[in-house]
Design a protein around this ligand. Structure first.
Ligand code: ATP
Ligand code: MG
Length: 405
């Protein structure tokens, strides 16, 4: 079928009252970004629907990009023809025939925006339904749960027919909930937390701590690759890499082993909060899950959280690891996350971190350090990269290996 348009139905958006306009505008912008590889398409955002005129672009390719855009409930590829009942009947029959197998039922469902059109919706349903039955005598009409549903829309500029509706990504358009920083490690949990944040409309920026030479170039690339995977939901994501070596070395020298992890995390959170402030983020997201490891007991969270009053959102806080892994597989980050590259936290992880750190002690040990100086020097070394879904951070070596295979 040569489709001329993809029609998008909005998700939760329709319940958002006065904010509707800004939701639609944001969704429009997000759709535009993911459709950049198709410059010929024209996007027409309307109050209830968004129409993507394909102008010859490949409908399948366009739909593959749309299926990850949050704020879309579902979408249908459709064909525009003249508002002529004869032509409508023929195309509807052709669409039914494409899907028909013995025993399948069908339904014609018409909507009419052009009230001057000479037939009303019932008349169109009947006329087209009869035409289909004449040509496929054994087919049964079924109003409630048809196997094949042909939707006809009579609009001002033509008749639009579609025979398939695909489920969209749901959620809210990214950006409608404001911006926040996501603490992204190379692990399984934080990319999932980022995905869930975006699904609720939050625009995220990645903050990643790395510790050369203890962590390799590979580990940094892995975090960037994970960002590439998440960028497909929005078009691009800012990746902020923060040098953490001096801080970790200093902590290792000066802080008792049981508190290494707590103090490191307090520094990470402080730095993330300063970056957030500078970049006008509203909150911090991370991938902590209650009780998963020593740093993620409630006591530990309290001792770390102590450095800021900024809202910290933990989308996977109450999920089991298996539930988190299921989402990681769905969003295709799992296989990357389990690649065995060293993380700055694991390298400096004490063998027996305190599972119930004492807040007073944490503050006291920390006060032995030149907190401001350490923070200032780390912030001075920050690098920001704009990452798109089309970036490729595979290093030369990997590429050579691939090409040899
Ligand atoms: P993940 O799978 O996300 O790495 P984890 O189970 O390994 O989580 P931790 O290593 O304790 O858990 O990290 C908890 C959270 O702290 C992470 O989800 C992430 O949000 C943040 N974090 C840890 N390491 C880093 C890092 N190097 N850079 C940025 N954030 C980090
Ligand atoms: Mg980790």
């Amino acid at each position: 079928m040569e489709y001329t348009e993809v029609m998008i139905r909005y998700g939760e958006l329709s319940t958002k009252g006065k904010n509707r306009r800004s939701f639609i505008d944001r969704l429009h912008g997000n759709v535009e970004k993911v459709l950049q590889p198709y410059p010929q398409v024209r996007i027409h955002p309307k109050r209830d629907r968004m129409h993507i005129n394909l102008h010859g672009a490949d409908a399948q390719g366009v739909m593959e990009r749309l299926c990850v855009v949050f704020g879309i409930q579902n979408y249908s590829p459709s064909v525009q023809i003249e508002k002529d009942l004869g032509q409508i009947k023929q195309l509807a029959l052709q669409m039914v025939q494409e899907q028909y197998q013995v025993g399948k039922t069908f339904k014609i469902a018409t909507k009419r925006a052009d009230h001057d059109f000479e037939y009303d919706t019932n008349q169109i349903n009947l006329a087209v339904g009869d035409y289909v039955s004449e040509h496929i005598p054994e087919i049964q009409a079924e109003m409630r749960h048809p196997d094949i549903k042909i939707q006809i829309e009579i609009r001002m500029d033509g008749a639009y027919l579609s025979s398939h509706t695909y489920k969209g990504a749901g959620g809210l358009p990214v950006g409608t909930a404001g911006k926040a920083e996501l603490m992204l490690s190379g692990g399984i949990d934080s990319p999932v937390a980022g995905y869930l944040a975006m699904k609720r409309g939050v625009e995220i920026e990645m903050v990643h701590f790395y510790s050369p030479p203890y962590t390799s170039e590979h580990a940094l690339q892995k975090a960037k690759d994970l960002t590439v995977k998440l960028a497909k939901y929005v078009g691009h994501i800012q990746f902020i890499q923060v040098p953490f070596t001096e801080i970790q070395e200093t902590i290792k020298q000066k802080v008792p082993e049981g508190y290494l992890m707590t103090i490191q995390r307090r520094f990470m959170l402080r730095l993330t909060d300063l970056i957030r402030q500078k970049r006008q983020g509203l909150a911090i997201f991370n991938g902590e899950s209650v009780g998963q490891v020593a740093s993620q007991t409630l006591e530990s969270m309290a001792a770390i959280n102590d450095v800021t009053t900024t809202p910290i959102v933990r989308p996977v806080a109450t999920m089991d690891k298996t539930e988190i892994i299921k989402i990681a597989e769905e969003i295709d980050t799992f296989n990357l996350s389990i690649q065995p590259f060293e993380d700055c936290c694991t390298i400096f992880a004490p063998p027996r971190p305190k599972t119930k750190p004492n807040l007073k002690k944490a503050r006291q040990y920390e006060s032995l350090l030149d907190i401001d100086g350490l923070i200032e020097r780390s912030l001075a070394g920050i690098e920001v990269t704009n990452i798109t879904p089309f970036d490729n951070f595979l290093d030369q070596e990997d590429e050579e290996i691939t090409s040899l295979l």
